[in-house]
Design a protein around this ligand. Structure first.
Ligand code: PHE
Length: 339
């Protein structure tokens, strides 16, 4: 009876211990274990039963030892933690690579947040545009020579469509909504059919801005942009405006900042002028306002546009803009700690 019970106990043995085989050995096979102590009972067995009893007890011992071997095997396997198909589960895992924001994103976010603090909202639009939004509404009627300023990729299936050459198209879409005042910035990717070089690519990123309300003046434009560059590059930065031409603004200007490298003394980066150009701007041309259904007698506005690549190159002293789109981790990893 006792033997059968013990056998069952041996058979059903399990343990949560790290080493179940050892727990088993102590419990059943150790010098104070159950099998051993049953063996000790032999001396009390009547001589005529001794033979029979010895056989049964030997069988029990063998049974327990087999179980022990079995347990040892699984314990060893557990120790190696090797699965059936030979995968070693104790090996350390592959470290997860932590990425970092792309420098263009870092600078775009910074530009956006500076203008947001001035009350500008972000507006977005499609990258595939029609002629009206990209050109005509912006005072560049068909055959206008200024269209050549921006070499354009047309969609071959439908040449009425093109990849936008600037995000001014988003401003047109916003003006057409007819809700005034408008105070928006338009970050986004733009495309131009240009020869790829250290300073130009066939696509780049822009942030354009537009403010239309009663009595918006050129002074507002200057102060807004001055605030922007001070926040972006530091309080000691100087700016200057040079007259320029854009079909969609009148008057138009280009804004330069004092060279960040030489502080205005003259170096290679500023081509020894002490100044670097960073954006185009001007007062929105009345034709543009009228094209978009805004009364140009009642409202005035300013607009500006800058390339994010250019600002990033100046901020981080990067000499070749092709590197922004090469996915070279040696370059990108340098921005891990930037926000
Ligand atoms: N759209 C112009 C460009 O892409 C930039 C610009 C915007 C200039 C607004 C003046 C005013 O070159």
């Amino acid at each position: 009876m006792q033997i059968n019970k013990l056998k069952e106990e041996i058979n059903n043995f399990s343990s949560d211990d790290k080493n179940p085989a050892e727990v088993f050995r102590i419990k059943f096979l150790g010098s104070h274990g159950s099998v051993k102590s049953l063996m000790g009972e032999m001396k009390n067995v009547a001589p005529e039963n001794k033979r029979e009893m010895g056989k049964v007890l030997n069988e029990l011992k063998l049974f327990a030892e087999n179980k022990w071997e079995e347990l040892k095997k699984t314990t060893d396997d557990d120790k190696q933690q090797t699965t059936e198909n030979g995968i070693d589960l104790t090996l350390p895992g592959d470290a997860l690579q932590i990425g970092s924001r792309h420098p263009i994103s870092i600078v775009r976010n910074k530009i956006v947040s500076i203008f947001q603090r001035l009350g500008f909202a972000v507006a977005e639009g499609p990258e595939i545009e029609d002629d009206w939004h990209n050109f005509t509404a912006l005072n560049l009627p068909e055959n206008h020579p200024a269209r050549d300023m921006q070499d354009t990729f047309y969609v071959s299936q439908n040449p009425a469509w093109m990849l936008r050459t600037h995000t001014s198209s988003v401003q047109v879409r916003e003006m057409e909504k007819g809700k005034l005042p408008i105070r928006i910035i338009c970050p986004g990717r733009v495309y131009r059919n240009e020869t790829i070089s250290a300073r130009a690519h066939c696509f780049f990123n822009q942030v354009e801005g537009l403010y239309i309300a009663d009595n918006v003046s050129f002074a507002d434009l200057k102060q807004t942009l001055y605030f922007f560059v001070q926040e972006m590059f530091g309080k000691e930065i100087k700016v200057r405006f040079r007259p320029s031409y854009f079909p969609f603004t009148e008057p138009s200007a280009e804004m330069d900042i004092s060279c960040l490298i030489c502080g205005g003394a003259g170096c290679n980066v500023c081509k020894h002028t002490g100044w670097v150009e960073i954006l185009g701007c001007g007062m929105v041309h009345p034709n543009v306002l009228e094209n978009c259904g805004i009364d140009s007698k009642k409202y005035t506005g300013f607009a500006f546009g800058m390339g994010i690549e250019r600002i990033t190159m100046l901020k981080y002293q990067i000499k070749d803009l092709r590197i922004f789109s090469e996915n070279d981790l040696r370059f990108l990893k340098q921005f891990t700690s930037a926000v």
